[in-house]
Structures are given as C-alpha cells and as structure tokens.
Design a protein around this ligand. Structure first.
Ligand code: UDP
Length: 239
C-alpha cells in the first residue's frame, strides 16, 4: 500500500526556468514530461493538486523593462508567458491521462477558463489538476505572489516551492562553501535576513495567513512525492 499523504490539498509552484531543462530559452518537452510524471505520481495518492508555473523561460518583466520597455507592458508579456507554459504542462498531464483545467487570471476563453475561485475549488474536489495561469493578472507582481495568493484562496494545506536548489541556505551555496541548509526557518527570519525563498510580498501573504511553505529541489526525481508523503526534505518555512 502507498504511504499516506501528509496533505489533502497542495499548491505546487514551478519556475518557468525549470521547464527549460538544459536549454537556455523556451520549453524542453522531455523536462515537461518528467514534471508531469512526478505530478501524476502524487495525484495517484488522492491529493488535490493545483499548479502555478512562472514564465521566466520566455519573458521576465524586470529584464524586459531594464532593456527599455515599459514595466507594466513587459509584465503583461510575462503573464502571457505563464499561459504558454501552463498549456505545455496541461498537455503533458493529459497525455498521462489526468483531467486538468487551465484557469487564467487574464481572460483567454479559447485556451483557458476564467478564474472563478469556487469553480477552481470544485475542479480540485473532482480530482482535476488545476493550473493557475496568467499570474495574478496584475503587473508588478510575480508568480511567487500568485502561488501564495491562489494557495490562500483555495485553502491549500501547503505551498510547495520547487526550485533547482534543495532548500534555503544560510548563504548562496554556489558562492560560499560554508553555506548550510536550514531544515526550518520562520517567515520573520526569511524577511529579516532576506533569505532567498520567494519575494517579500509572497512571504508576507503566507505569513499573514499561516500558510506553510516547503522549498525543495525538483531536479531529483520523486521529490514531490517525498514532500507530500511527509519526508523531511528541503526547508520548511512557517511560524
Ligand atoms: N508577472 C506579473 N504579474 C504576476 C505574475 C507574473 O507581472 O502576477 C510577470 C512578471 O513580469 C514576471 C513574469 O510574469 O517576471 C514571469 O513570472 P516570474 O518571473 O514570476 O516567473 P518565474 O521566475 O517563476 O519563471
């Protein structure tokens, strides 16, 4: 018998960059497929799953605006990039036989449903994987904030932040050999020490709503499964 899940409803945040795989732009289909397989394995435990994917593999608002674009326009491009990634993930999940819905904060009726909170929750209850696309629908935000916001709205038990590093470190592990991984940090510590978890507005939202975050690495196959079955990997951010 499979292990019992530690959570009933989770929100998983993936960066767009992750979908690049070994490329330096865009979407690597093999990587998307691998992520989808990990999601399926978790879904089979009976966990309700919502996903938020970033857009950094296609457009990052801050970068486009540093290159001279108006920030809000650049951010809308970034939000559209998340829709592209969401459709790629949806496709990979459906090829594995999962029922999915892409729900967008920016209306695009041919490819995604508009975001209606109660409807999104209903999808989850029916076992559909819900992919929240289009960010928050507002410029000057990130998909980390989107993940925090949607997790609060759907009353997720935990926000899983999948990254390329295996948790939160005392310093940048790629630059400082003495850097150590935390098993637990408080929201306050993250904010005060400027630890690299998510942006401050996302952390503040989680803190205000008591939503725990687990930061873990998605490069290791099976890690989403490990987290949701309660294995102590990564770093827990909570009170
Ligand atoms: N974005 C935005 N509002 C949101 C979410 C995203 O304006 O609510 C834009 C922003 O420009 C951001 C881009 O979309 O740079 C892609 O998202 P993000 O950088 O968070 O993606 P990730 O780094 O996770 O791939």
């Amino acid at each position: 018998t499979p292990p019992l899940p530690a959570y009933k409803r989770i929100l998983l945040k993936l960066s767009g960059e992750f979908l690049e795989g070994k490329r330096d732009f865009g979407i690597d289909p093999v990587t998307v497929q691998e992520v989808a397989e990990q999601v399926r394995d978790v879904h089979q435990l009976g966990i309700e799953l919502a996903l938020v994917v970033g857009g950094g593999n296609i457009v990052r608002g801050a970068e486009a605006s540093a290159a001279g674009m108006d920030r809000a326009s650049a951010d809308y491009m970034g939000m559209l990039a998340t829709v592209i990634n969401s459709l790629a993930l949806q496709n990979a999940l459906e090829q594995l036989g999962l029922a999915t819905r892409v729900v967008s904060a920016i209306e695009m009726r041919q490819v995604a449903e508009p975001f209606i909170p109660r409807r999104a929750v209903r999808h989850l209850e029916k076992g559909r994987v819900v992919i929240f696309a289009g960010g928050t629908g507002s410029p000057f935000f990130t998909t980390d904030s989107t993940a925090a916001l949607r997790a609060c709205e759907i009353k997720a038990d935990v926000l899983l932040k999948a990254t390329k590093v295996d948790g939160v470190y005392t310093a940048d592990p790629t630059k400082d050999a003495s850097a150590r991984r935390y098993t637990h940090v408080t929201y306050q510590q993250v904010l005060e020490q400027g630890l690299n978890v998510m942006d401050a507005s996302a952390i503040a939202l989680c803190k205000d709503n008591g939503l725990p975050i687990i930061v873990f690495d998605l490069l290791t196959k099976g890690n989403i499964y490990r987290v949701v079955t309660g294995e102590p990997i990564g770093t827990l951010v909570s009170i």
